[in-house]
Design a protein around this ligand. Structure first.
Ligand SMILES: C[S@@+](CC[C@H](N)C(=O)[O-])C[C@H]1O[C@@H](n2cnc3c(N)ncnc32)[C@H](O)[C@@H]1O
Length: 230
């Protein structure tokens, strides 16, 4: 039985209009009452098409708060699905950018057309505080993230089939600023698929320091400290 109380606990952490909070409550309720789905890393592209497979509400709250705390303005989301986590990313980026009177955007990625349509509908429902901060790249992220990335990226959310996590990091890493955060969902539950990523994040010579936070399935939080001297 899904614990729906966590939704309200999450929503009090987030600064947003009443309408967006209602939208998030609705989307999380749908997501938490669907059958669970864990990536094994070896799926063909078209799986879980009818499922949210959304980031859990408490993880969304953490991501939102990390973004607000660090003032992140340039964010990449690997794996958008119906766009639930993207709403949190866009709220935080929009709020940070507005505060600093500076640009910002969330680059969202999804390769399934039907999912992309749903995501766009959700963002439209949320309106300007969300929609205008999102640049949506439809198609295989191994192609769509190859070009036109911001020079300096503050945050990467890896909520993607595990086999794609390391290839995604490889594309984004050259753009990560020192101090950038990389958050990876289900690192323990999906550990078989994450071997290459974890080897990379755990070896200090690759420039990351990271820890596993005890959220459901394990949430890896890594900081890119760079490879040179401090
Ligand atoms: C775990 S879900 C993302 C959930 C989303 N972050 C949320 O919280 O609502 C992963 C998504 O990645 C998408 N995906 C899988 N392979 C992809 C690829 N090669 N390029 C872009 N998206 C892909 C899947 O279709 C799926 O919707």
């Amino acid at each position: 039985m899904a614990n729906l109380a966590v939704i309200d606990e999450t929503l009090v952490s987030v600064q947003a209009s009443q309408a967006t909070l209602e939208l998030l409550r609705d989307l999380h309720t749908q997501a938490l009452t669907e059958p669970p789905y864990i990536s094994t890393g070896n799926q063909h592209q078209s799986v879980a098409l009818d499922r949210f497979v959304a980031l859990d509400p408490d993880k969304c709250a953490l991501v939102y708060l990390l973004l607000r705390a660090t003032g992140a303005r340039f964010v990449v989301e690997a794996g958008t699905s119906f766009g639930v986590s993207t709403i949190y990313l866009a709220l935080a980026v929009g709020q940070n950018a507005t505060l600093l009177e500076a640009p910002g955007k969330v680059i969202a990625t999804e390769n399934e057309k039907t999912k992309a349509i749903r995501a766009r509908q959700h963002w439209q429902r949320a309106g300007d505080e969300v929609e205008k901060w999102i640049e949506f790249r439809e198609g295989d992220l191994r192609e769509t993230l190859k070009t036109n990335l911001p020079e300096s990226i503050d945050f990467l959310l890896l909520d993607i089939w595990s086999a794609l996590a390391m290839p995604t990091l490889a594309l984004v890493k050259p753009h990560l600023k020192k101090g950038a955060l990389v958050v990876v969902d289900n690192i323990i539950e999906g550990r078989e698929g994450y071997t290459d990523l974890m080897e990379h994040l755990s070896d200090p010579k690759n420039g990351f320091r990271s820890t596993t936070a005890p959220y459901a399935g394990g949430l890896q939080i890594a900081v890119y400290v760079g490879t040179g001297a401090v």
